[in-house]
Design a protein around this ligand. Sequence first.
Ligand code: ADQ
Length: 489
Amino acid sequence: WERPDSRPIRQRLLVVANRLPVSAVRRGEDSWSLEISAGGLVSALLGVKEFETRWIGWAGVNVPDEVGQKALTRALAEKRCIPVFLDEEIVHQYYNGYCNNILWPLFHYLGLPQEDRLATTRSFQSQFTAYKKANEMFADVVNRNYEEGDVVWCHDYHLMFLPEYLKKYNNKMKVGWFLHTPFPSSEIHRTLPSRSELLRAVLAADLVGFHTYDYARHFVSACTRILGLEGTPEGVEDQGRLTRVAAFPIGIDSERFIRALEVPQVQEHIKELKERFAGRKVMLGVDRLDMIKGIPQKILAFEKFLEENPSWRDKVVLLQIAVPTRTDVPEYQKLTSQVHEIVGRINGRFGTLTAVPIHHLDRSLDFHKLCALYAVTDVALVTSLRDGMNLVSYEFVACQDSKRGVLILSEFAGAAQSLGAGAILVNPWNITEVAAAIDQALNMPHEEREKRHRHNFEHVTTHTAQQWAEFFVSELNDTVIEAQQRTRK
Ligand code: ADQ
């Protein structure tokens, strides 16, 4: 991802995230092949034209030998990526343990894993120690690659200690931290044994960003209630030093989706899908297979809708595309079996010899197929139990400018704050309410769909990923300049 223009480079941006935006596969002792995973973050940061971006993160593979590490470092350098090498034990304790088993469920209000509460509580300390150790390893790589004037942007709950470690190394470093998940109410955060250390570590950053104003407010409340610091409209103050806290709602590269709909291959997919589901309304769910996405709840609500509306049974189909993630975590394995079991039961109950009401796929779809699916969908169902933002809802809206389908959206997704006026908002825990929303969506008159879609399309195309990144980085620069001016006075 080279910069598309050749303007002079003014400042370097070091983007630090747990995972690099590439997957590495070892081909030989000293050879690697790299595949770019072009997610939202990559396209967002490509849009920050004022900066030259370097990525720092884990490549997702264990590379114990020096030959392999050197070769991978060289291969990644061509992609402007710098690896952090984590061994298996650290990955197990830091990534699977503290990040995915403790912080992730807690930040999404799901508490600790149900059947594992005591075991998790016992292993907490060792996982927390590994978490700090991993953060030190990230800090070490940043420090070795830092040049004066660089802007360092740390991402997500994996790296909450990074701002503190970086500032200890060099207090002048410009450090921002952004959380992609919700930040929960202080009543939830205060149950974490390491609650204070985590907050203090994040507060070392110059700028702390969240998707919504609510998450920012929860963070400030946690700092005032747990640490006894002063919350101001600007952020959190500690002995005269201000950490700026603000909302920076992420968006998508909407143009990429809109342009894709013109590609002949996508048009061909659209034609095939229309033929395949002719005479039936298409409902769509696209999620990572994660408990926060509320997939079982969504499917149960669809079952309720079919139960209550027999006339719709052969006229509607739900396509649920669920890409498996974190497959080595037992909770996720249980979720997969649970979803399969529910889908099987409902298809057995309402299916016929020639058609089933739910098509469930456990896999990732390529970009073109995904765009085609979004384009033919009549009703998209996003029923996350909690979600930092939820980009699937944005992607669906971007692909709907000719169809004007309806978005049913969980009120617990950050996106509800931006797309709420155009979507039908639901409480995903209430399957009767979601079933009623499905009925409302399928029967919605064209004028109302048009009006709702206009609102959402306008938002999605004007609040893009590129603007999000530019806004965060320029705010970080301004924050540091203001802090310097305050100190001089
Ligand atoms: P995620 O939890 O991964 O992101 P989301 O924002 O919906 O959730 O993004 C998922 C991305 O993966 C989308 O771009 C989607 O197209 C893609 N995807 C999902 N399932 C897929 C499938 N089966 N096949 C192909 N692609 C698939 C986290 C937070 C979110 C926050 C983002 C960005 O949990 O709340 O919006 O980061 O900050």
